[in-house]
Design a protein around this ligand. Sequence first.
Ligand code: SF4
Length: 84
Amino acid sequence: MGKKYLVEYDRDGCIGAAACVAVQPDQWTMVDDGKADLKDSKKEGKNWFKEIDESELEKYKDAAESCPVTVIKIFEKDTKKRII
Ligand code: SF4
C-alpha cells in the first residue's frame, strides 16, 4: 500500500485566482463566493482537509504550487511532515 497524505486548505485565505482549478479541475471548483472548493474535503477548525493516496500526490502538488497565496499545503499523514 502506498503512503497517505493530507491536503490542508485554508479556504479563508483563497483569493479566487482559480489556478488550482486550471491545474486540477477534477478536484477544485470555483463557487459563488469567489473562492475555490476542494472536492470531498472536511472542515476541521478553520481549514479544510482531505486524505489522498500517493498516486494522487503529484496533481495536488501541482495545484498547491500554482496557488499564488499558498493556502494549499500537503503533509505526510504518518509523520505530519510538510511536503509543500
Ligand atoms: S489557486 Fe489558491 S487562491 Fe486561487 S482559487 Fe485556488 S486556492 Fe484559491
